[in-house]
Design a protein around this ligand. Structure first.
Ligand SMILES: [Zn+2]
Length: 102
């Protein structure tokens, strides 16, 4: 028998955007609360080592970040006639079960 657990997150549980540098051993991370007004430039480069995070020459993902924050805010403010949650991957819990079984 296989059982499946599903995990859901309330929109109000989504608090902040976290970015962590992938360059070498830098691993500097920043957490930007969605309550804060995101400008996009906060995610441009690593504040510690300068590694590009969202700005690559002419290409930039800064507006992707600000658009997401804006959409999330509007999503939360919307008066849905139902409960709205996000389903998230439950891989870690699945792996833990497999470890226990095998
Ligand atoms: Zn860095």
């Amino acid at each position: 028998m296989t059982s499946q657990n599903k995990k859901f997150v309330e929109l109000s549980d989504i608090l902040a955007l976290r970015l962590e540098c992938k360059r070498g051993k830098c691993r500097t991370s920043i957490t930007i609360p969605f309550a804060q007004n995101l400008m996009g430039k906060e995610v441009r480069t690593c504040p510690s080592c300068g590694e590009p995070w969202a700005q690559f020459g002419e290409a930039s993902y800064e507006t992707v970040v600000t658009d997401f924050a804006d959409k999330l805010r509007r999503f939360r403010e919307a008066q849905f006639g139902c409960s709205v949650t996000l389903e998230i991957d439950d891989k870690n819990q699945q792996l833990a079960k497999e470890d226990n079984n095998g």
